[in-house]
Design a protein around this ligand. Structure first.
Ligand code: F0G
Length: 378
């Protein structure tokens, strides 16, 4: 069997479609190249004939899609001679920024909302040596401070308002198109700060050789590096964004002052990529909708128990929404649908274990008791 070259991350793979200089030295942990998993049971349970896939971004090196953007943002920051990065975060961005900064030999400052980030994410930021600044405020408050901070301290912002982040994240769309050999009909994503849905639209537009009418600002950073002209596929998907009901500014038509949801990753009331995401949605003929916390947790359980895929609550919003829209026919039968699972379930063990209720009991360590417990369940 011929040897395949070692996979060394998305900058190496997509160099000619990303804004990176020829002599850039990528800061990489081997991000990207995540599996596109075809769901078997859920479409059958729904009784609908759809080709339903999940793109499991929880299998990136720090367990979320943020690594795609972070390899680009940190590579560029280091190239510019920056010594430190900063972000506000509901958890995953801070974990990713901390890891990539460590790899680059840079400092990371992360602002996180007091008590509202999942344990796994906090553990990552701490272990990677970030300066963790826990603020008595939510993500939106942290974001406002971070945006001002760049004028007051020599730090590079690595939230998705950093255009290199979106450029890195667009590669998820490239991978999907390569694997399906076409664009899906529908692409469903959870929406928080609204960067990822924007990045996917940029990626799909590039694959289709079409320039987005409205995202030229977000695209312009590539300096013509991306290959609009070399269309790989003709079509682009309909983009669908799902928000948690308690944090759904797109559904309320404006910022939500006190966002709240069990899906802490998307507990965001004032999305930074608001305009871009609206344009992406409209241009694609798509829509936004909301899912209740109960729907989100039910989809998380279904994915884990029926498909063997364990994602974090925020990620499950994409599948919760898609299941509803497949059931009600808004996503018609015969469609090819991709849902992005943005983060790994191990990020938030507390929410997972809380769902077990009192199902876990301690029993005597005896053969007979254990045998009876098994036979009871068979
Ligand atoms: N899913 C997960 C697991 C996330 O961590 C986030 C965002 C999203 C979805 C939403 O993506 O913001 O691009 O619309 N997390 C950010 C963070 C805000 O700080 O980790 P988005």
């Amino acid at each position: 069997m011929p040897f395949r070259p070692r996979y060394t991350g998305l900058i190496s793979k997509y160099k000619d479609r990303l804004p990176v200089s020829d002599d850039a030295r990528p800061i990489s942990l081997g991000e990207g190249n995540t599996p596109l998993i075809r769901l078997n049971h859920i479409p059958r349970d729904l009784g609908r004939d759809v080709d339903l896939y999940v793109k499991f971004e929880g299998l990136n090196p720090t367990g979320s899609f943020k690594d795609r953007g972070m390899t680009m943002a940190v590579t560029h920051a280091r190239e510019q001679g920056s010594a430190a990065v900063i972000c506000a975060s509901t958890g995953n961005t801070s974990a990713s920024a901390a890891a990539y900064a460590a790899r680059a030999g840079m400092r990371a400052f992360v602002l996180i909302p007091d008590g509202k980030i999942a344990m796994g994410k906090l553990a990552q930021a701490i272990m990677h040596g970030a300066e963790v600044l826990q603020i008595a405020g939510n993500f939106d408050a942290g974001m406002r401070i971070v945006k001002d901070m760049a004028d007051h301290a020599p730090v590079t912002i690595v939230n998705s308002i950093n255009p290199y982040r979106l450029q890195g994240q667009k590669t998820a769309a490239f991978e999907i198109v390569e694997e399906l050999e076409r664009a899906p009909d529908y692409h469903c994503l959870p929406v928080g700060n609204a960067g990822n849905i924007t990045a996917h639209w940029i990626g799909y537009c590039e694959c289709a050789g079409k320039r987005s009418e409205h995202l030229t600002d977000a695209c312009s950073y590539c300096g013509g590096n991306c290959r609009y002209a070399s269309a790989i596929v003709g079509d682009r998907p309909t983009m669908i964004g799902y928000q948690a009901s308690g944090s759904a500014p797109f559904m309320r038509g404006g910022p939500v002052q006190e966002p709240d949801t069990v899906a802490t990753a998307i507990r965001i009331g004032d999305p930074q990529s608001w305009e871009y995401a609206w344009h992406a949605s409209r241009e694609s003929g798509g829509w936004f909708d909301e899912c209740s916390d109960e729907e989100i947790l039910e989809a998380q359980r279904w994915l884990a128990a029926r498909e063997g895929v364990f994602c974090e609550p925020a990620s499950a919003a994409s599948v919760a929404g898609a299941m509803r829209d497949i059931r009600n026919g808004r996503i018609p039968e015969g469609s090819t649908v991709v849902c992005t699972l943005t983060g790994h379930g191990l990020k938030d063990p507390d929410v997972a274990i809380r769902q077990s209720g009192d199902a876990i009991k301690t029993i005597p360590a005896e053969l007979d008791t254990v045998r009876r417990a098994i036979l009871d369940k068979l």
